[in-house]
Design a protein around this ligand. Sequence first.
Ligand code: NPW
Ligand code: ATP
Ligand code: MG
Length: 329
Amino acid sequence: MALGPRCGAIRACRRVLERAFSLRKAHSIKDMENTLQLVRNIIPPLSSTKHKGQDGRIGVVGGCQEYTGAPYFAAISALKVGADLSHVFCASAAAPVIKAYSPELIVHPVLDSPNAVHEVEKWLPRLHALVVGPGLGRDDALLRNVQGILEVSKARDIPVVIDADGLWLVAQQPALIHGYRKAVLTPNHVEFSRLYDAVLRGPMDSDDSHGSVLRLSQALGNVTVVQKGERDILSNGQQVLVCSQEGSSRRCGGQGDLLSGSLGVLVHWALLAGPQKTNGSSPLLVAAFGACSLTRQCNHQAFQKHGRSTTTSDMIAEVGAAFSKLFET
Ligand SMILES: NC(=O)C1=CN([C@@H]2O[C@H](COP(=O)(O)OP(=O)(O)OC[C@H]3O[C@@H](n4cnc5c(N)ncnc54)[C@H](OP(=O)(O)O)[C@@H]3O)[C@@H](O)[C@H]2O)[C@@H](O)CC1
Ligand SMILES: Nc1ncnc2c1ncn2[C@@H]1O[C@H](COP(=O)(O)OP(=O)(O)OP(=O)(O)O)[C@@H](O)[C@H]1O
Ligand SMILES: [Mg+2]
């Protein structure tokens, strides 16, 4: 008998919590939809008056003897999202392999050459964005060349997406990208902790992921940071966005490469469109939100068809349909 009123109070409390939870969920769905609309605003129209190259010429810097899949995934994803030309600048051992995966990619076997920086720099006037790191590996000589490539790219104001082993390099030398407002970093869980440790000289607070991403971005001089995970958390040191587009539980390797390659194109489109099209939000943050949503939607669609056997190639086959569903509705 004495439990009666207490049970009532518990039920009432549960109702309040459920309502608060469903309101928060509804709010975040509304936020997601609003941000997706901003992504739609930056997508250039397809037009018969444009020439080849106008919708994007993207370069991927990565690929070594061990890793040939990652730069391929990034470069082909850029094309599938809508870039017109996609280049890969890789170590010589990786080049024939990447070329054999696809006739659609332009592959330069230059990253381990003594004049690698010059070999890449001569292409920079013709590129709109670089994706640095997929399948790069951690060989010191290659990383030194990539350091030089980042320096000349910054000097020419080329937007750079930095992922995978490119983030390893940035963790060794944060000054390389500090304050460069055209850089986006896309760390996974491990890469984020490593960067946070290196830049903020202490472990991150795992109970405050929003705060951690915000602080890392600020400490890097407002470089845009995308922390990938169960929910993707994005910040430019001022604003924090969360992408929880439904994906799946399948965690095959290469999904991050799809994300970084897509982001290369979206960053170019967002900067071209400018802040008036993104309603005052940072164009790079909007681009990053678009790439996260797209990758997760590809994962969702591929999983519906292939279940546990889903691989990144299956996700890449979904890019067209996922793009239409999210951005062309
Ligand atoms: N087909 C290809 O060519 C591909 C090539 N790739 C290329 O490989 C290179 C290395 O990149 P990487 O991502 O494997 O990084 P790396 O620092 O060695 O860490 C690996 C270890 O970290 C951990 N771990 C990871 N995520 C975690 C999480 N969420 N939460 C917790 N732990 C987590 C996990 O540790 P474990 O579970 O084994 O203890 C895992 O073994 C890079 O060039 C990249 O581009 C990839 O792009 C894939 C496709
Ligand atoms: N637990 C999760 N649930 C749902 N989606 C996730 C989860 N973890 C990562 N993702 C999504 O998978 C994509 C790639 O993130 P991931 O953390 O796997 O990158 P990565 O480790 O760099 O991948 P790669 O194997 O290409 O190196 C992102 O779009 C992210 O949103
Ligand atoms: Mg990765």
